[in-house]
Design a protein around this ligand. Structure first.
Ligand code: PAF
Length: 284
């Protein structure tokens, strides 16, 4: 039976019970449930899996984006129940930010250099807001493990840096991206796509997996990807980087290790995806 709690004071920790944590903003899909399953595997039947559902206002660009974000608590709870989640923590904004959500009103975690590339360019303040809420949630839930999806690859890298550099006593676990049958990476934002955009969106993963399969240098891979992206998509970045995101790969490099990362706008919906530079398309 899943226990739904809204208040920090209810988040007690049973001594000796191993806990894994899946922070989410709700609108749960199979990608989130994969994180729950990975968490259960980590803690075993005697352990506890905690999911948080909180649309964090400080990681959005403006109030309209926050209000437009899908909120589906009832179906989220049903999915958590069916997946054997022990606790769902769904706090209010004032519970998490009692002093207010303006940057002048709370202490925040600054992402450092990794936060100013890729997503950090188009979404100023996003990573500071995201890291701040993840830090707060980790302190409240005190898990042994915390699971995050590889779809938000830069987010996963930043959280790993934060945990390591600020000495959080938790092990961060990355879980492979779950895809729709046509390859589109699952995301709560896909709900914003109209049917035509939804079809065009599949070109992103097609492009990335094609690039992955190209045997050649980085330029050849990226140019193969560019050729396959739908003309309706306005690319924000399409780059190859080292797996730890510390360096952009040079076009002439022939590398096996690394990551190809994409972000772009389809209408007004921002979509991101990434794949290993060399590897196997899980959809084939
Ligand atoms: O990936 C998300 O859903 C959010 O960025 C997270 C990690 C739950 C923080 O609000």
């Amino acid at each position: 039976m899943t226990r739904l709690i809204h208040e920090i004071s209810e988040l007690t920790r049973k001594p000796g019970v191993v806990r894994a944590f899946v922070p989410t903003m709700g609108a749960l899909h199979q990608g989130h449930l994969d994180l729950v399953d990975a968490s259960r595997t980590l803690v075993g039947t005697g352990g506890e899996v905690v999911v948080s559902i909180f649309v964090n206002p400080t990681q959005f660009g403006n109030a309209t984006e926050v209000s437009k974000y899908p909120r589906t608590l009832e179906s989220d709870l049903a999915q958590c129940e069916a997946s054997g989640v022990d606790i769902v923590f769904a706090p209010s904004v004032s519970e998490m930010y009692p002093d207010g959500t303006q940057t002048s009103q709370y202490v925040s975690v600054q992402p450092g250099p990794l936060g100013s590339i890729l997503e950090g360019v188009d979404r100023p303040g996003h990573f500071a807001g995201m890291l701040t809420i993840v830090a707060k949630l980790l302190n409240l839930v005190q898990p042994n493990f915390a699971a995050f999806g590889e779809k938000d690859y830069q987010q996963l890298a930043l959280i790993s840096h934060m945990v390591q550099q600020l000495n959080f006593p938790v092990k961060v676990v990355g879980v492979q991206t779950r895809r729709e049958p046509d390859g589109l990476a699952m995301s709560s934002r896909n709900a914003f796509l109209n049917p035509e955009q939804r079809t065009e969106a599949a070109s992103i993963s097609r492009a990335l997996f094609t690039a992955q399969a190209v045997e050649g240098n980085v330029d050849a891979k990226l140019s193969a990807a560019r050729d396959l992206l739908s003309g309706q998509i306005e690319t924000s970045y399409l780059v190859a980087m080292t797996s730890d995101l510390s360096r952009k790969l040079d076009g002439t490099e022939i590398a096996i290790e690394g990551r190809i990362l994409f972000a772009g706008l389809l209408g007004s919906t921002r979509l991101i995806d990434n794949v290993p530079l060399g590897g196997v398309n899980p959809n084939e």
